[in-house]
Design a protein around this ligand. Structure first.
Ligand code: SDX
Length: 431
């Protein structure tokens, strides 16, 4: 629980209202405004929630000034170099690293849920082959609530736990099926003797007519991408899952809402947009033209993969991803070498430019991830579904924390109303 830490005073119209403050274990203190409206009959106003803590959480900590990201207190750099995605899933869900025995039990439990109900396949046939895979997985994940009735009662801790395990286990299968559907290939069932990332790559890239060859370094790069995207505090899609969950909605429906929000180009859709942008720039001599467009307020163009609401120094995930891009491109004979050169030169030029420096704009998690995913063999449309399957553990860990929070209540923001009032209806013949 937070520690009380003095108070703040709001004063207006010759009135004063003292509001308690609370201290976190790390990050800014908060002013607790829960009683403000009842006592002062005023709202606070914060579109985009730039200065608002929507909840108390102990899962992920970000320090935007220092470029710091920690999952349950463990720095992302240490987890990226020493842990694996499934172990991080355990950490995010249960707030500590597992013993070897606990990990094996968790891994086996997840493994036993990787298949989907056979009837779920019928949902894919309803989509056009060229449907965006994010549209497909939004629909299919929402449909899970129609199949797994033994894990939808959110008042039952065991059912909540089972829903979390099912989502971690099934999202890779659902995303891989969306990819196979889009290219007209037969679905590939998971293989329980494969690791988590290896299984996803197998379900995406194996074909019945060929022997499948698994590459440890590629499996590791895939696992690292999952790990780096696993959770990120109260970002837009996580806040969507929390808000949906606050009404008591079904966990599968809440995650489907998070997937829908993540799809936006300002959020998880930026990885797809970034690779398209880098390809459109094409060569380093065209970078100045795009930098100028990004700085032109009359031009809606933005550098995709750049900027962040929280990180105002650098996104530590982008640093790890940049090194991984070099390693993966060395492994595969990738056409992406020029694209990586454009990305690195774009980063170098932008970071020397006053516009970007004054606004603290740096590469974010989406800037290099697309280069790696493309080099592994994914089409750009699969980038955000991969972000979604990675972030599922973050969404359900935050959902689980919210459901168990004793002060949790339905989220219901108010507004600054500036529309008309007290108008009288005029019959249409008199207008
Ligand atoms: C993710 O929240 C999270 O944690 C998200 C995420 C996660 O893990 O969940 O980290 C994942 O979503 C990363 C962000 C991916 N999105 C992009 O890369 C899209 C491009 N970036 C942006 O659109 C933007 O930077 C945001 C949306 C990421 C952040 O926007 P903010 O915090 O609302 O900042 P802003 O739009 O108010 O911008 C501040 C200024 C503005 O200029 P001025 O009005 O002050 O003149 O910076 C400019 C913006 O025009 N600006 C950019 C820019 N991003 C911000 N200018 C050019 N190119 C950009 N990319």
């Amino acid at each position: 629980m937070t520690q009380s830490s003095g108070s703040a005073t709001v004063s207006f119209d010759e009135q004063e209202f003292d509001l308690p403050m609370a201290s976190p274990t790390a990050g800014p203190r908060v002013i607790d405004i829960r009683t403000l409206y009842r006592r002062a009959k005023v709202f606070t106003f914060d579109p985009g929630f730039t200065s608002t803590a929507s909840c108390e959480s102990a899962i992920t900590f970000i320090d935007g000034e220092r470029g710091m990201l920690q999952y349950r207190g463990y720095p992302i750099e240490q987890l990226a170099s020493q842990s694996r995605f499934l172990e991080v899933c355990y950490l995010l869900l249960y707030s500590r690293l597992p013993t070897k025995e606990e990990f094996n039990t968790f891994r086996d439990r997840v493994t036993m849920h990787t298949m989907v109900h056979e009837q779920l396949i019928n949902f894919y046939r309803g989509f056009r082959r060229d449907a965006h895979p994010m549209a497909i997985i939004t629909g299919v994940v929402g449909a899970l609530s129609a199949f797994y009735h033994d894990s939808t009662d959110i008042t039952d801790p065991e059912q909540r736990e089972l829903a979390c395990i099912r989502m971690i286990a099934k999202l890779p299968t659902i995303a891989a099926m969306a990819y196979k559907y889009s290219i007209g290939h037969p679905y590939v069932y998971p293989r329980n003797n494969f690791g988590y990332a290896e299984n996803f790559l197998y379900m995406c890239f194996s074909v019945p007519a060929e022997k499948y060859e698994s590459f440890d370094e590629i499996n590791r790069a895939m696992d690292l991408i999952f790990l780096l995207h696993a959770d990120h505090e109260q970002n837009a899609s996580t806040s969507t899952v929390r808000l949906a969950g606050s009404s008591g909605a079904n966990p599968f429906a809440c995650v489907a809402a998070g997937i829908a929000c993540l799809w936006g180009p300002a959020h998880g859709g930026a990885n797809e947009g970034c690779l398209r942008m880098l390809r459109e720039i094409g060569t380093v001599d065209r970078i100045p033209e795009y930098i100028a467009r990004a700085k032109d307020r009359s031009d809606p163009f933005r550098l995709m993969g750049f900027g962040h609401r929280v990180y105002k120094s650098f996104d530590p995930r982008a640093h790890v991803m940049k090194n991984t891009a070099d390693e993966v491109l060395d492994l595969v004979d990738s056409k992406n070498r020029p694209t990586l050169m454009v990305a690195k030169e774009l980063e170098r030029i932008a970071l020397q430019d006053d516009y970007f420096q004054q606004r603290n704009l740096y590469p974010n998690v989406d800037f290099y991830s697309g280069i790696i995913l493309d080099a592994i063999g994914f089409p750009t449309e699969m980038f955000t579904p991969i972000f979604a399957l990675s972030r599922t553990v973050g969404w359900i860990s935050q959902w689980k924390e919210m459901i168990a929070d004793p002060i949790q209540k339905i989220g219901r923001p108010r507004q600054l109303y500036t529309g008309p009032v007290d108008r009288n209806y005029v019959p249409i013949d008199e207008r």
